[in-house]
Write a protein that binds this ligand. Structure first.
Ligand SMILES: *Cc1c(COP(=O)(O)O)cnc(C)c1O
Length: 370
C-alpha cells in the first residue's frame, strides 16, 4: 500500500527508544515525567506514551481536556492567563493547577480547590539558543520574578508546588547542573516548604550520549534534599527523531541553484523552522554527494525553504523525500496557509503495521473558516 503524500509518519519503535530512556531516568531519579502537549498532542500514540509517562501538562484549557480525556494519569494545567469562566472546566480535568502570576493565584486559586496549586517562578536565568523562546528574556511575563512575593506565597501556604521552566533544547549537562545549583541556592527556603517541584521541559536528555545517569543522580539529590516530588515536562525530548514528513517532489526548477519543490511546505507544516530560522535537521538519502538541491515548499512565500541538501544522485520529479525530525512543534502548529493539502497523520505501530490515523481534506480547510 502506497500512502498518498504528504503525511507525517510517526514511528512507534523510535518513540519507544526515547521512552525507554525516560523510563530509566524516572527509575534512577524518582522524578515523574509529564508530556508537554503543546509540543506534541498526537493522541493516536498516547496508549504507548501512557505506559512510560505519568501524564500530561498543558498550556490552555483544550490541552488540559485532551490530556484528561485521551492520556489520563496526572493532568497538570498551566496557562499564561486563565479566564475566570474556564476555571470550572480546569478544575474538572486537572489534578494540579499552576498559575503564572500572583494576581491570578489570588483571584483564581479558590475556584479550583481542592486541586493542588502551583506557581510558576521565573528564576531570572535560562538556557536557550533563541531569544524568542527564552523564558527569562527582558520583560518576560512567564512566571513570577519577585522573589519576596514568591516567598510570601509559599510561607502562607497558598501554593503546594513550584514550576520552573528555564530550558529550551538544552543538551549541555554541565550548564544544567550549574543552573540547578543556582536554583537551589536562590530558592532553598521555598523548596523546603513545598511538596512538588516541576523543573519544566527543554532538557535534551533522550539524545544519544546524554549523561542520563548523572542527571538522574542530580535529580535524586534534589529530591532528597528538599523532600519533594520532582517533575519534568518533556516535549521535544519525547518525540525527537521519531517522525518524518513524507513528501513528493512536484517540480525541479533552476535559478542559480537547483531547487526541488515538494508537495508540503514549511509555514503550514513545519512552522518552527521558519520561526527559528533553522533548516530541517535532515532528509533521508541526503548523504552528501555532487547533487546539491535547495528543498522548498509549494506556498507563495519566498522563504518557504526546508534547507539545502546534497545527494549522491540527481533528484527527479515524482520521487519521495522524507524530511526528518518532524514530530515536535509541527502537527500542533499546522495551518491552512495557501490552501495547501494538509499532511495526513500516519503511525507505524510497534508490530510494523501502518495506520493512517487521520486524513484531512477540503472540508477541513473550509470548516476552519467561515
Ligand atoms: C514548552 C514547555 C515545555 C516543553 O518544552 P520542550 O522544550 O518541548 O521539552 C514544558 N513546560 C513548559 C512550561 C513549557 O512552556
Amino acid at each position: 500500500m502506497k500512502i498518498e503524500t504528504p503525511y507525517y509518519l510517526l514511528d512507534e519503535r523510535k518513540l519507544l527508544c526515547n521512552l525507554r530512556r525516560i523510563a530509566r531516568l524516572k527509575r534512577r531519579s524518582g522524578a515523574k515525567c509529564v508530556l508537554a502537549l503543546k509540543c506534541f498532542s498526537t493522541w493516536a500514540v498516547f496508549p504507548l506514551l501512557r505506559q512510560y509517562l505519568d501524564g500530561t501538562t498543558s498550556s490552555a484549557l483544550y490541552e488540559v481536556r485532551l490530556g484528561a480525556e485521551e492520556f489520563g494519569g496526572e493532568t497538570h494545567a498551566y496557562c499564561v492567563g486563565y479566564k475566570p469562566e474556564e476555571m470550572p472546566a480546569i478544575r474538572r480535568y486537572a489534578n494540579k493547577v499552576i498559575f503564572n502570576s500572583l494576581s491570578q493565584l489570588d483571584h483564581l486559586a479558590p475556584t479550583v480547590r481542592p486541586r493542588s496549586i502551583g506557581l510558576r517562578v521565573n528564576p531570572g536565568f535560562s538556557y536557550s539558543h533563541y531569544e524568542l523562546a527564552d523564558p527569562a528574556c527582558a520583560f518576560s511575563r512567564l512566571g513570577v520574578r519577585d522573589t519576596a512575593a514568591v516567598r510570601r506565597a509559599v510561607e502562607c501556604g497558598a501554593v503546594e508546588g513550584l514550576m520552573f521552566h528555564f530550558n529550551c533544547e538544552n543538551a549541555d549537562f554541565p550548564a544544567l547542573v550549574h543552573m540547578l545549583d543556582r536554583l537551589t541556592a536562590q530558592y532553598a527556603f521555598e523548596l523546603e516548604r513545598v511538596r512538588w517541584v516541576s523543573l519544566g521541559g527543554g532538557i535534551a536528555f533522550t539524545n544519544d550520549g546524554y549523561p542520563l545517569e548523572a542527571l538522574a543522580a542530580r535529580l535524586q539529590e534534589f529530591t532528597r534534599r528538599f523532600d519533594v516530588q520532582v517533575y519534568l515536562e518533556p516535549g521535544e525530548a519525547v518525540v525527537t527523531r521519531t517522525t518524518e514528513l513524507v513528501t513528493t517532489i512536484v517540480d525541479i526548477v533552476h535559478n542559480e541553484a537547483d531547487i526541488a519543490i515538494v508537495d508540503a511546505a514549511v509555514e503550514p507544516h513545519m512552522l518552527d523552522l521558519l520561526i527559528y530560522r533553522d533548516p530541517a535537521k535532515g532528509v533521508a538519502g541526503a548523504t552528501g554527494g555532487p547533487h546539491r538541491y535547495r528543498l522548498a515548499g509549494r506556498t507563495c512565500l519566498a522563504g518557504d525553504v526546508f534547507g539545502d541538501f546534497a545527494f549522491p544522485r540527481p533528484l527527479r520529479v515524482g520521487q519521495r523525500l522524507r524530511i526528518q525530525d518532524a514530530g515536535g512543534y509541527t502537527m500542533v502548529k499546522k495551518n491552512w496557509f495557501n490552501g495547501v493539502a494538509m499532511p495526513a497523520i500516519v503511525v507505524r505501530r510497534l508490530d510494523g503495521t501502518i495506520d493512517v490515523v487521520r486524513r484531512f481534506g477540503y472540508t477541513d480547510f473550509k470548516n476552519s473558516l467561515s
